[in-house]
Ligand binder design. Structure first.
Ligand code: ADP
Ligand code: MG
Length: 277
């Protein structure tokens, strides 16, 4: 019959990967070192799928290090050490034989300074996410993915008429959303955001927060922020990190965001969220 001869409809690889896992991310007693120096001590956290978890705490307490070990960027630093377990949907991110690149495809990251390729077009910036991940798609699939990623990043309506414009011509806030779109092109399960709004003005910050709101439910998001209002606006869960000159970074308290802000169990959490240190 005709049906037998019809080509099998193949889901683009990227679409197939969009289903968010049910577990999210979890660390069990994770410690981290730079050489001899221990900077994180037995951090156990659950970052549920589809939710936004905010990491807060003073500078130097290991928040960025923690983010980087979640997607195996920590090990790119010479002398970096690690103990404990990182689980993505229940699977060990550091399982023998598991390639760091395959982890980074499922766990994307955006940084404080938006880092699009400035001379590259908006379109190519987003498509570069696919290329870097080695994902082969047809031209049409690529067009669709670029559009979908820009829509999800909340940037589409602003750039749809000028996709050939260099990424560097966009405002800081637009560049940050472009970087988010680039991460989304490979349909990651998790998006890590390290102070994504620290370099942005209040209006751009607001737009990035709207993007986070758009993404909530679709992805597991972990965001480091020094902005307590932002943590309250965007996150469902929160973890407070603290270190001292002779103590590595630890999680003092974690739980629902409301709890950390409205009824913290630890006095140090209360002091921090109320701006007392
Ligand atoms: P945060 O993001 O909370 O400000 P970081 O994770 O950046 O904290 O840093 C935690 C500690 O690890 C700091 O004492 C910092 O100096 C140290 N550190 C960070 N990156 C490196 C590195 N590449 N080599 C050595 N020490 C580092
Ligand atoms: Mg940091």
């Amino acid at each position: 019959t005709d049906a037998d001869l019809a080509p099998t409809v193949q889901m683009p690889a990227v679409q197939a990967a969009t289903a968010t896992g049910t577990h999210g991310l979890e660390t069990r007693a994770v410690s981290a070192w730079f050489g001899e120096r221990k900077v994180l001590d037995r951090v156990s956290l659950t970052m549920p799928a589809g939710q936004v978890t905010a990491l807060i705490g003073p500078s130097g307490c290991g928040k960025s290090t923690y983010l980087r070990l979640l997607n195996r960027m920590h090990e790119m630093v010479r002398g970096a050490g690690l103990a404990g377990e990182v689980l993505l949907d229940g699977d060990d991110v550091y399982a023998p034989g598991r390639l760091p690149a395959s982890v980074r495809r499922r766990i994307g990251m955006v940084f404080q300074r938006p880092n699009p390729f400035p001379a590259m077009s908006i379109y190519d910036n987003v498509a570069s996410g696919l290329k870097l991940a080695g994902i082969k798609v047809t031209h049409q699939e690529r067009d669709e993915l670029v559009e979908t990623s820009l829509v999800r990043a909340g940037l589409w309506t602003e750039v749809r008429d000028r996709l050939k414009t260099p990424g560097g011509a966009l405002s800081g806030g637009q560049q940050q959303r472009l970087c988010i779109a680039r991460s989304l092109a490979v349909s990651p399960d998790v998006l890590l955001m390290d102070e994504p709004c620290s370099a942005l003005d209040p209006t751009s910050t607001r737009r990035v927060e709207e993007t986070i709101e758009l993404l909530r439910g679709r992805l597991t998001i972990v965001i480091v922020t020094h902005n307590m209002q932002q943590a309250q606006r965007v996150s469902q869960r929160c973890a407070f990190f603290l270190a001292s000159h002779d103590t590595p970074g630890r999680v003092v308290e974690s739980g629902p965001t409301e709890q950390l802000f409205d009824s913290p169990r630890d006095e140090r959490t209360s002091d921090y969220v109320n701006g007392r240190f």
